[in-house]
Design a protein around this ligand. Structure first.
Ligand code: MG
Length: 244
């Protein structure tokens, strides 16, 4: 298995509020993408601290139960811990009031993959087709679920950046969990700088390319910037085909 991650400031923003992590310990891999929000530099703090805290949980208390349920439970507990620390940081510092961050994470052991989502960063799986694993925690996703908005309308909706669930805002956070235990080709973690501007067909074409994963991640960043680069873009691509 190979992993490559890349983040890019884009062509408009003056700071990069995205952050990402790729770690490995004793055959277990952890990958995560965060997209921060909040005034001044707070968004940048939220995402970078979320990654720092997740890293410290992984290093101090790595997963020991490597069954699929054990991986999933570890990931949930780790993100809850990250949220507690972020919430405490925001409470203790007035300049961080209101900061928040998304997080998508994948904890991998062989072909077993536990995933989690808070916010509107996404995880996609590539097998025969590209499949979106996560569901956005956003206002427009709620309107889609209620049948009041189409996917196409959501893409250009003026309130499409409003999130209904992020880390650091409340002492407890809702975490969506997903698991896979089957052979797949590739996994993609991405911030909305990618899927907010680039359609699924283009994402699939880039992710399916036989070039190196480093080139795959660069091509995803390049298509986001070709669409205007209005947001920071972060991607982590994971190839599982060597596992077979
Ligand atoms: Mg973003």
């Amino acid at each position: 298995m190979t992993i490559a991650g890349k983040t890019d400031i884009g062509r408009v923003r003056r700071i990069n509020q995205d952050a990402f992590l790729v770690l490995e310990d004793h055959g277990v891999q952890l990958a995560a993408v965060c997209d921060g929000m909040g005034g001044a530099a707070a968004g940048e703090v939220a995402s970078s601290k979320a990654i720092e805290y997740l890293k410290s949980v992984f290093e101090d208390n790595p997963p020991t139960d490597l069954a699929l349920s054990g991986l999933s439970d570890w990931l949930q507990a780790a993100i809850e811990k990250v949220n507690e620390r972020l919430y405490g940081l925001a409470l203790a510092n007035e300049k961080y009031t209101g900061m928040g961050t998304t997080m998508v994470a994948a904890l991998i052991h062989g072909r077993k993959i536990a995933m989690a989502n808070v916010g509107d960063s996404r995880i996609y799986l590539l097998k025969e087709h590209l499949q979106q694993i996560t569901t956005d925690h956003s206002l427009v996703q709620e309107l889609i679920d209620q049948g009041r908005l189409t996917e196409a309308e959501a893409r250009v909706h003026p309130q499409r950046s409003i999130l209904t669930n992020v880390l650091a805002i409340q002492p407890h956070v809702v975490i969506d969990r997903f698991v896979i235990d089957e052979p797949i080709d590739r996994l993609l973690l991405a911030s909305d700088g990618l899927h907010g501007y680039v359609d699924d067909e283009t994402i699939e074409t880039c992710l399916r390319a036989t070039s190196s994963l480093d080139e795959v991640t660069q091509s995803l960043i390049d298509v986001a910037n070709a669409k205007g680069g209005y947001d920071n873009t972060t991607v982590i691509a994971i190839d599982f085909r060597g596992n077979r």
